[in-house]
Design a protein around this ligand. Structure first.
Ligand SMILES: Nc1nc2c(ncn2[C@@H]2O[C@H](COP(=O)(O)OP(=O)(O)OP(=O)(O)O)[C@@H](O)[C@H]2O)c(=O)[nH]1
Ligand SMILES: [Mg+2]
Length: 333
């Protein structure tokens, strides 16, 4: 019998072992049990990302001249934003998704200008929101401008919103209904999925690149939802002096170690609460301590959580899980 693949995540369906991925009780079904559960009950079940052969996916893309959409989460721009440029010579549009999370007062042009200055080598940069169906027409125009064939690959880190974006394209420009699985946990899409949108365009969904330094790998299911907020961020500003501390949810502790009175503005999901605490209070000091030197006008980025816009030069002491990446960059907004 011909192999059949799950319409939600792309995995090969099987009805032999309930413990293995791709299981379904009946091979007539369109979805594997995992996707069925996510869709119908919102039950999230992580899958080990080791089954995904990312190199193979890139190799296949490189055999073509097809356009690539590199989708990234605007709140969590990766440290290594040039990565996709190094992996393929194909034309690439950098798509900054989840625009709805940043305050409306932030100007798109400013962010685009900020990234263009970095000369990343992408053909163009577009800011969208798959959730709010924002700028999809503009993205379609840019795709038409750059596509070499019908096929356009959609790639990026896990959870950036690749499947969400394709689903919006099906709704806006196609006539089928969407079966792609969308979920706040990493590695939702497990295999390449070819989705014809219309006569001119076929989008190819791919599994996300797993980033083991993203906070999402170190939190429980409740936190998945908080970190994948759907609400516009209300930026919170704190004035800090040396020896003042903040607790950020139960994720990290921030001690303001050295510097003049400073202003720190948090762009993190509203669901994650920030509290001031006494310096002598030892909450979370059992986590790994890191000292970060911040220069004038830099953001402190906590991979997967968001970023803190800092005005003046300072030294910050963080207590956070040792595997979560923290880095600084020039202020994005
Ligand atoms: N706020 C907001 N959330 C979004 C947007 N797009 C996607 N999401 C959410 O981000 C999470 C991940 O979305 P997916 O579409 O499954 O992401 P993916 O890139 O396909 O992930 P993998 O298949 O694991 O690689 C889900 O909780 C989505 O609802 C957006 O524009 N705004
Ligand atoms: Mg996906």
């Amino acid at each position: 019998m011909k192999s059949k693949y799950c319409a939600g995540c792309g995995i090969k369906l099987q009805d032999e072992n309930i413990l293995n991925i791709g299981f379904t009780t009946n091979l007539e079904n369109e979805l594997c049990m995992r996707c069925f559960r996510v869709k119908n009950y919102g039950e999230y079940e992580s899958v080990s990302s080791t089954i995904i052969d990312y190199e193979q996916i890139i190799e296949n893309i490189n055999k073509t001249k097809d356009l690539v959409l590199y989708v990234v989460d605007i709140l969590n721009l990766p440290y290594d934003l040039e990565k996709m440029r190094r992996l393929t010579n194909n034309d690439i549009l950098l798509v900054l998704n989840k625009r709805d999370l940043l305050p409306l007062s932030v100007k798109d042009e400013k962010i685009i200008e900020y990234l263009k200055k970095r000369e990343l080598g992408y053909q163009d940069i577009i800011i969208v929101s798959s959730e709010k169906n924002l700028n999809m027409d503009l993205l379609l125009i840019k795709i038409r401008r750059w596509q070499r064939s019908k096929n356009v690959y959609v790639v990026g880190y896990t959870n950036a919103g690749k499947s969400s974006l394709i689903s919006k394209f099906i709704k806006n420009y196609g006539d089928g209904d969407t079966k792609l699985t969308i979920a706040p946990l990493p590695s939702t899409t497990l295999n390449k999925i070819v989705i014809p949108i219309n006569d001119e365009l076929t989008l190819i969904d791919t599994p996300g690149i797993v980033d083991s330094s993203n906070i999402i790998n170190y939190v429980d299911r409740k936190m998945y939802k908080k970190l994948n907020s759907k609400k516009e961020i209300k930026a919170k500003t704190y004035q800090l002096m040396p020896k003042q501390c903040l607790l950020i949810g139960d994720i990290m502790r921030l001690n303001y170690l050295e510097g003049d009175r400073n202003s720190l503005t948090f762009y993190i999901p509203n669901e994650i609460k920030i509290h001031r605490c006494m310096y002598r209070n030892k909450t979370m000091t059992d986590l790994t301590r890191r000292c970060v030197s911040v220069r004038y006008g830099e953001d402190l980025v906590i991979n997967g959580l968001g970023f803190i816009k800092i005005v003046a030069e300072c030294t910050i002491e963080l207590y956070i899980n040792k595997d979560i990446q923290v880095f600084t960059r020039k202020n994005m907004i």
